[in-house]
Design a protein around this ligand. Structure first.
Ligand code: FES
Ligand code: FES
Length: 152
């Protein structure tokens, strides 16, 4: 049995330690907001936060997550200050196209904003480089991060 703290709630999961967090979230807990894209840490669709850091949940075994660590998913990010501001900016600027990549984009952008309240283009490039969008919403994503940060 593995115990994880997800969006402030303690969850007990009957999974093996090598189970990727993405599988635990989606298949065991039914939290389908976090998406499966590539499964090899290349697309960013599965991004969640562990202790505020954006991580690829498809390649993170649950056994590697410390019991005291706090996992935040797209279902809970709106309860954080940075997450709420990012989500509002996303809506205001209508960032989303098909939407498939956007959970991951929002999780990376929120982690960036929490760590770097006034990010410049270089900070945004570095933080968002691992999040691929097939619809090409990159320009709106950049604008929305700046709007959320109050630098646009
Ligand atoms: S599904 Fe995890 S990075 Fe693509
Ligand atoms: S909005 Fe369609 S893949 Fe990003």
């Amino acid at each position: 049995m593995i115990t994880l703290t997800i969006n402030g709630e303690s969850k007990q999961l009957d999974v093996t330690e090598d189970t990727p967090l993405l599988w635990a979230l989606r298949d065991v807990l039914g939290m389908t907001g976090t998406k499966f894209g590539c499964g090899i840490a290349q697309c960013g669709a599965c991004t969640v936060q562990v202790d505020g850091q954006a991580v690829r949940s498809c390649m993170l075994p649950v056994g590697a997550i410390g019991e005291g660590s706090k996992i935040t998913t797209i279902e809970g990010i709106g309860a954080t200050d940075a997450g709420a501001r990012i989500q509002k900016a996303w809506l205001d600027l209508e960032v989303v196209q098909c939407g498939y990549c956007q959970s991951g984009q929002i999780m990376s952008a929120s982690a960036l904003l929490a760590a770097t309240p006034q990010p410049d283009d270089k900070d945004i490039d570095a933080a968002m480089a691992g999040n691929i969008c097939r619809c090409g919403t990159y320009v709106r994503i950049r604008e929305a991060i700046k709007k959320a940060a109050g630098v646009a």
